[in-house]
Design a binder for this molecule. Structure first.
Ligand code: NAD
Ligand code: DAU
Length: 364
């Protein structure tokens, strides 16, 4: 048995692939375009593992998808591939429309054709799991109840609008064509392999480099935080037991203002890797211009997935954030390669430079 994972060289996708292969004998075909956010070094520990087949390519490439599906005959597709950074979507929304909307549409079309050709048993066992975000629900006031699966979609950034559009397409393919889909809407993840353009890894990396720690606006925006491996276990559980056409909110019950997150990371660094001058890292905090249209608060009501599927997060915020800071301290080479851009040479160094945009490589 095989599953097809898209975006499996990114932050969550690579954690998912590593955990999947540690957990099951089922192989993974990993389709990733390797944008700036894709890093095959995240998967270096799979070198030599023939259960992992990496294919560099675009979810928008229907011809490639058709041949991959026909060749590997996956029993499920898990779609992580996306442009994921809100600030980049504000600076340049075009790629977000292309990958998150057009790309998801092309992926759905290819999967629909493949699924339509399966025999009855394989057809009923097949699943398409779409990984989405809590940002599609918009912004909450301090006193609003947390987002449930029935909240209205009110996306506010080009990123969240593009994810909302993809969620609607996924829903429509179930209602119109009967495609067996599942959707998860998760809150902010953190953990190993998080690209340091996002808040938590940026703070860890900048603090150690003696750089300013940029806090947008007043720093009182609230996010719910979930350790990435708990998100991966939720996805595995939904894939295994989720109801067809259903959506599941995934979160950590960990609502925190950004400034508190920054203070927590600074305090952990003070303990684990004190500054040479003995001063606290929080002295590096700098308030900067706010993100345009910045959503004030996200909060996830995860009671449905807990009640119906028995999923609960394994980490508290205290245990997860400590592990995360320690991981960055223990992996200076990963950080240096990301900062220098050296990680982008990993494919040619590791696998030879085929010059072919759709090179397929088992991790052997
Ligand atoms: P990421 O930016 O770290 O990784 C995205 C991956 O997708 C990269 O490896 C990139 O190369 C690949 N990719 C981009 N465009 C592609 C294309 N056209 N074809 C194939 N591959 C492509 O993102 P992430 O943080 O790992 O997020 C993964 C998914 O989870 C996204 O769909 C995101 O919307 C969703 N999500 C993220 C979070 C979070 O906190 N990071 C929370 C909820 C949901
Ligand atoms: O809620 C889920 C979403 O979480 C995912 O769908 C997105 O893919 C993911 O990137 C994340 O979006 P955010 O915009 O919440 O994450 P980010 O790490 O960029 O920012 C977290 C908060 O911190 C947000 O309120 C903005 C603020 N921030 C961010 C950066 C990069 C700062 O104050 N300073 C910064 O330098």
């Amino acid at each position: 048995m095989t599953i097809l994972v898209t975006g499996g060289a990114g932050f969550i996708g690579s954690n998912f692939v590593l955990d999947w292969l540690a957990d099951s004998g089922e192989s993974v075909v990993n389709l990733d375009k390797l944008t700036y956010a894709g890093n095959l070094q995240n998967l270096a520990s799979l070198t030599g593992d023939t259960r992992h087949v990496f294919v560099q390519g675009d979810i928008g490439d229907g011809v490639l998808l058709e041949s991959l599906l026909a060749q590997h005959k996956p029993r499920a597709v898990v779609n992580f591939a996306a442009e994921s950074h809100v600030d980049r979507s504000i600076l340049g929304p075009g790629e977000f429309i292309q990958t998150n909307i057009v790309g998801t549409f092309n992926l759905l079309e290819a999967v629909r054709a493949y699924w339509g050709g399966l025999d009855a048993d394989a057809k009923s066992a097949f699943r398409f799991l779409h990984v989405s975000t809590d940002e599609v629900y918009g912004s909450l006031s301090k006193t609003d109840p947390a987002f449930s699966e029935t909240n209205r979609y009110e996306p506010n950034s080009p990123y969240s609008a593009s994810k909302a559009a993809s969620d609607h397409l996924v829903r429509a393919y179930h209602h119109t064509y009967g495609l067996p889909v599942l959707t998860t809407n998760c809150s902010n993840n953190y953990g190993p392999f998080h690209f340091p353009e996002k808040l938590i890894p940026l703070i860890i990396v900048n603090a150690q480099a003696g750089k300013p720690l940029p806090v947008y606006g007043d720093g009182q925006q609230i996010r719910d935080w979930l350790y990435v491996k708990d998100h991966c276990s939720a996805i595995r559980r939904v894939l295994e037991a989720g109801g067809l056409g259903e959506t599941y909110n995934v979160g950590g019950w960990n609502e925190k203002p950004n400034l508190e997150i920054v203070h927590t990371v600074c305090a952990l660094l003070d303990e684990l890797r004190p500054r040479a001058d003995g001063r606290p890292y929080k002295e590096q905090i700098t308030y900067v211009t706010d993100r345009p249209g910045h959503d004030r608060r996200y909060a996830i009501d995860a009671s449905r997935i807990e009640r119906e599927l028995g999923w609960t997060p394994a980490e508290t915020f205290d245990t997860g954030i400590r592990k995360t800071v320690q991981w960055y301290l223990d992996n200076p080479d990963w950080v240096a390669n990301v900062q220098s851009g050296g990680y982008r040479d990993w494919v040619s160094k590791q696998y030879g430079d085929s010059g072919d945009n759709t090179a397929e490589v088992a991790s052997a």
